[in-house]
Every structure is written in structure tokens, then in C-alpha cells.
Design a protein around this ligand. Structure first.
Ligand code: GLY
Length: 322
């Protein structure tokens, strides 16, 4: 077995594009996956726990693939694991809006037939990505919002979370701090995502987030918008973005990099190009993870940190870094 490539140095500045890439091979039976825990500025002392959370998500997704699950199943499993981890800004522990409530965004896409499901401004349910999956399987509509998303979830057997059960002290403290500082739409980081290429060559992408701290009620970010935060196409690859959602939407960033990969750009090169666009054109912050149709993994960021973990059928260990 090969050893997983090590992470980049993690050197950071707002102008620097840090990137990482690895090639897992596209032959029959080969699979590869990459997860992220959000572009942001995680304090050095907290990084090991955040990277461990990403490794746990990558391990859970790898188990799904080893047991014959699809790319879609694995991407969902990775993101559910991160949604359940209160250290990340998704599901439990997600950041709070201006009313002090959770409004959650998530999307999931299958690269085979471009099937997709998404929820936006969803009130608290334990795993928004599972509700996005239900929308994908239901196939009538792609994107449900707010009260309608909650109705859809309940009609499909999901139970709304009890009042405040998914709200952490850390999320309350972040909101209080942003309110004191007078900010609106405060940067949160910590959006989570996964991209997977399974042994049959199918790719999938999944992204989930609480959005921005102190965001206006009803604000929707890039994560649940296909082609902005999330996209997957077997002819090109899969993408999950994190960062300033308004900028990512204006650039249609996920679809842009997908088209670059369709044209033959490798995942890491495409990721670096995306960050140059985001930082250079719009002076915005973010990061992204990619898998291309050849099974190559790539990530880039222009924030101080973006925790990640990766797994591949031929590696003896899970790679990870920030
Ligand atoms: N990128 C996550 C958000 O802006 O909501």
C-alpha cells in the first residue's frame, strides 16, 4: 500500500493560496475522497481536534465505500459525521442568525445523472444533509427552503430538533461577540463538505453549513446552491466550497471549476485557479475541495486554515491537515 501524501505546510496569510493535491488513480475499483471542515481561522490549539473530526468523517465515508456504498452514500456519511460534531459550523454547533436561531443550508449532488437535493434556511433538524438526500431521492424538486423544507422533512420521517438542543455555548458566545462588535453577517468558517469518486467512477459532492454569524433571517449562502457551493458531474469531477458565500455565488464557483476540470485541468490546479478568482477578483476569502474524473484530489484556500482529511483505496492511512 502507498502511504498517503502529507499535508502542505499550512503556512498562512490572507494572500497566500495554500494548496494540496494527490492522485489516487482512476482505474476500475479505485476510489478516493476528500472532506473539509471549513475555511477560516481556527486557533492553533484547536487544530488537532478539528483535523481529528475531519479524519473521523473521512474514515466513516471510506467504510461506506469499502462496504460497496456509492459515492453519494459516502459523501452523505462524511457530512453527517461533521454535522454531528459540534466543533463545526454545520448541524449541531452551527452558527446563529440575528434572531439567535439556527437556519441550516445543505446540498448533495450525484454526478451520474446530475441528481441533486438541497435545503436552505432549514430550522433545526439533526442532519440537514440527510434531508437533502431525501429531496434528491424524492426527485420532484431540488431545493426546499424554510418552513417548506421543514414540512418536507417531517413528511419524510425526520423529526425537528427540540428547542435549543442543537445550539452550543460556543455558538451563543460567537453571536454575542459579533453583536457587541456591531457586525452583521459575521464570518463563521467551519462549513463542512465532502467530494467522493467511487470505484465505479461516479462522483458526488455534499456541503452543509450554518452560514454566517448574525446573518439576516432568511439569508441563504452558497452551500445549497448548485453550481455555487456544490456541484458534481461524472464527466468532470465534484466540488464543495467554503468561504464567503455571497462571493462564491456571484462567481458560480463550483460550476466554474467543474468546467475547468471538464476541459482537462487537474483537481489541484483547478482549486488554485478558483482561489485566485475568489481572492483576486472579489477580494473574498474561502477554500474548496475537488476530485476530478481521474480520481485526483485537490484543495486550496486563502484563509489561515481549512481543516481537511482524505482517503484513497491504496493508502494505508488517512491524510489530514489544515
Ligand atoms: N459558505 C457558507 C456560507 O456563506 O453560508
Amino acid at each position: 500500500m502507498d502511504t498517503a501524501p502529507k499535508s502542505d505546510s499550512g503556512a498562512a496569510s490572507t494572500n497566500l493560496t495554500a494548496s494540496w493535491g494527490a492522485s489516487c488513480g482512476a482505474g476500475a475499483g479505485r476510489w478516493a475522497l476528500l472532506v473539509h471542515g471549513g475555511a477560516g481561522d481556527v486557533p492553533r490549539a484547536s487544530l488537532p481536534a478539528q483535523i481529528a473530526g475531519c479524519r473521523a468523517a473521512a474514515a466513516a465515508a471510506a467504510d461506506v465505500l469499502r462496504q460497496g456504498g456509492s459515492a453519494l452514500d459516502a459523501a452523505q456519511r462524511a457530512v453527517e459525521t461533521l454535522e454531528d460534531d459540534p466543533k463545526f459550523n454545520a448541524g449541531t454547533g452551527g452558527c446563529l442568525n440575528a434572531d439567535g436561531d439556527l437556519e441550516l443550508d445543505a446540498a448533495l449532488m450525484d454526478g451520474r445523472l446530475l441528481r441533486a437535493g438541497a435545503v436552505a434556511a432549514l430550522p433545526p433538524f439533526k442532519n440537514p444533509i440527510a434531508i437533502a438526500r431525501a429531496a434528491l431521492e424524492d426527485a420532484r424538486h431540488v431545493l426546499y427552503t424554510g418552513a417548506g423544507a421543514a414540512r418536507f422533512a417531517e413528511a419524510h420521517g425526520f423529526v425537528a430538533s427540540a428547542n435549543g438542543a442543537m445550539v452550543t455555548d460556543a455558538a451563543r458566545e460567537r453571536l454575542a461577540k459579533v453583536r457587541v462588535e456591531g457586525g452583521t453577517g459575521g464570518w463563521a468558517g467551519g462549513t463542512v463538505g465532502a467530494v467522493v469518486r467511487d470505484a465505479h467512477g461516479t462522483v458526488a459532492a455534499a456541503t452543509s453549513t450554518g452560514g454566517l454569524v448574525n446573518k439576516h433571517v432568511g439569508r441563504v449562502g452558497d452551500s445549497p446552491i448548485l453550481g455555487a457551493g456544490t456541484y458534481a458531474d461524472n464527466d468532470a469531477g465534484a466540488c464543495s466550497n467554503t468561504g464567503n458565500g455571497e462571493a462564491v455565488m456571484r462567481l458560480c464557483l463550483a460550476k466554474t471549476v467543474i468546467e475547468w476540470m471538464r476541459g482537462g485541468l487537474a483537481a489541484e490546479e483547478a482549486a488554485r485557479g478558483a482561489i485566485h478568482l475568489l481572492g483576486g477578483r472579489l477580494h473574498a476569502f474561502g477554500g474548496l475541495i475537488l476530485v476530478d474524473r481521474e480520481g485526483r484530489l485537490g484543495l486550496a484556500r486563502n484563509t489561515r486554515t481549512m481543516t481537511w482529511a482524505a482517503a484513497c483505496d491504496s493508502w494505508s492511512e488517512i491524510a489530514g491537515g489544515a
